[in-house]
Design a protein around this ligand. Structure first.
Ligand code: KG4
Length: 350
């Protein structure tokens, strides 16, 4: 099929999505709402530093962006000229990382003479539930639903009224859940990112073995910095008795700390669901890969008669498929952005 047919002659909408907000360079192609490709290059360079180093992240994005976009187009069997629009993550995220994706999107869109669509990374995480791919089950939530968005940088409860109408009803007032997990893993000398390692250890530990002081914050907001400090101080005391406490108790430490975080997340979510009388409950963001949190979702669903929505693992962490699907919805609203649209490091869902 000729590109003119796709763009002008046929009604197909083909969106290239680009994500570069943190340490994953990702590109995806969606045609008429169906995902054709989703390619992600992760950056191993940060592992030895125990966290993402912004300058190294932006340099790695520069190296990765061209081959990743190239691969995404090839796998989708789509040429650049077939594209209807380019959707890109405009924020929030690391400024140096965002700039690589934003500049690339602008250059490509200008050279092809096609519109650009800015995507809020957080909105993208929520709309990951609407990614449709061949051979995969498609059972998205119905509006309105609540979404627990938990990642390395965010912990929020969002009331999702429509694709383009979301309201943050609760959020962390300090650290994000993922940040608190990664920090504990770092203190335990487990490496980065700590989330998957804590998850694995927690499966072999006793979640009631150790106690940490849980936060008491009004409303639907979260706070994880006190819990993080409690972990640090308790560990310091336990290590006075046994210098090898971490080695002797790493499974119980992981399980108990994970439980404190999961209980905190779920309690507020339950309150919000009860007060707003919403029983369609979804999760999104990197921390939703956590086994303890997924199990808790199933338990709450049974107890409180929720219909729950847990995305496929590859759609929970940072990926361009979620940017492309958001772009697809915005394309239908003709919600394009000007060439001078800057990246923004901080922004919330409107
Ligand atoms: O959404 P994401 O990929 O990146 C952003 O922060 O935007 O989330 C990354 C976070 C990290 O804190 C990582 O440790 C955490 O998700 N994470 C997990 C698991 N897998 C990733 N946390 C707990 N258990 C996991 N299995």
């Amino acid at each position: 099929m000729k590109s003119e047919e796709l763009r002008g002659g046929s009604s197909s909408i083909i969106i290239l999505g680009i994500e570069s907000s943190c340490d994953d360079t990702s590109a995806a192609v969606i045609k008429d709402g169906v995902l054709l490709s989703n390619v992600t290059a992760s950056q191993a360079v940060h592992e030895s530093y125990g966290g993402v180093v912004p300058e190294l992240a932006s340099r790695a994005h520069q190296q990765n962006i061209v081959p990743v976009v190239d691969q995404a187009l090839k796998r989708a069997g789509v040429s650049r000229e077939d594209l209807s629009a380019i959707a890109f993550t405009r924020g929030p995220g690391l400024m140096g990382s965002l700039l690589v994706g934003v500049s690339f999107a602008k250059g490509l869109a200008a050279s092809l003479g096609i519109p650009m669509i800015e995507v809020n990374h957080l909105q993208g995480h929520v709309l990951a539930h609407f990614i449709k791919a061949e051979g995969e089950e498609y059972n998205p939530p119905k509006f309105p639903f609540l979404c627990l968005l938990v990642s390395g940088g965010n912990s929020q409860i969002i009331k999702v009224k429509a694709y383009n109408d979301m309201e943050v009803i609760g959020q962390t007032i300090d650290d994000a859940a993922g940040e608190a997990i990664d920090k504990a893993a770092k203190v335990m000398g487990l490496g980065y990112p700590g989330g998957p390692i804590i998850d694995k250890l927690a499966r072999q530990g006793n979640p009631n073995a150790l106690q940490f002081s849980k936060p008491h914050i009004p409303g639907y907001d979260y706070s994880f910095s006190g819990l993080k400090t409690s972990f640090l101080y308790n560990l310091r005391d336990w290590m006075k008795e046994d210098p090898d406490f971490i080695e002797h108790h790493k499974e119980d430490l992981a399980a108990s700390y994970e439980k404190a975080i999961v209980d905190t997340l779920m309690n507020k979510l339950r309150l919000a669901a009860r007060d707003l009388r919403i029983r369609q409950i979804a999760m999104a963001g990197g921390v939703s890969a956590n086994t303890g949190l997924r199990n808790a979702f199933h338990e709450y669903a049974e107890k409180y008669h929720w219909k729950i929505f847990i995305p496929k693992f590859s759609y929970t962490t940072d990926n361009a498929a979620m940017i492309a699907i958001t772009g697809y919805f915005k394309y239908q609203d003709k919600d394009f952005c000007p060439m001078e649209a800057p990246a923004y490091s901080r922004v919330t869902i409107k």
